[in-house]
Design a protein around this ligand. Structure first.
Ligand SMILES: [Zn+2]
Ligand SMILES: [Zn+2]
Length: 150
């Protein structure tokens, strides 16, 4: 059993690292390693659905908004970063490619892009409904509760 305190301090360190460094420029040199944890939050990837598959659905969804182009452009660096990681990870349940960042971290990033683009309350609620991976209700789903007590 790993020490929980140690584990949380590692997660904390990972988070600090992530904050300090430009995520898009990070490179990993552990090609032969297999990791089952999210490179962003350090938690086990329990719902292996890769950012590419989620992004496909997301890009389909934002098509109807005039800000779609702008959001897609902002998403690009992340996708590039993710798809350049050569380590092996859990296979995506849809496309079988390695999942390096968990759906919760990725959709948290998408949520940030939606907010930054200023789509407004209705689209944001819609987003939270469609792309909700916050099963433990520790993240963005709290916002949904604020909007309407769902
Ligand atoms: Zn994560
Ligand atoms: Zn996939």
């Amino acid at each position: 059993m790993p020490d929980l305190l140690l584990l949380s301090s590692i997660n904390h360190a990972t988070f600090q690292m992530k904050k300090k460094r430009n995520v898009a420029k990070q490179t990993y040199n552990f090609e032969k390693e297999i990791h089952n944890y999210c490179l962003s939050c350090g938690n086990d990837i329990t719902h292996p659905l890769c950012p590419n598959c989620i992004a496909k659905a997301f890009e389909e969804w934002i098509k109807k908004f005039p800000e779609a182009k702008q959001i897609k452009a902002k998403l690009k660096p992340f996708m590039k970063y993710h798809n350049h990681i050569e380590a092996k990870s859990k296979p995506c349940v849809v496309c079988q490619k390695s999942v390096h960042v968990c759906p919760l971290c990725f959709t948290t990033h998408l949520h940030k892009l939606v907010k930054e683009a200023g789509l407004g309350v209705r689209p944001t609620i819609e987003f939270l409904f469609i792309f909700n991976f916050d099963f433990d209700h520790n993240g963005y789903s709290e916002e949904l509760e604020v909007y309407g007590g769902y």
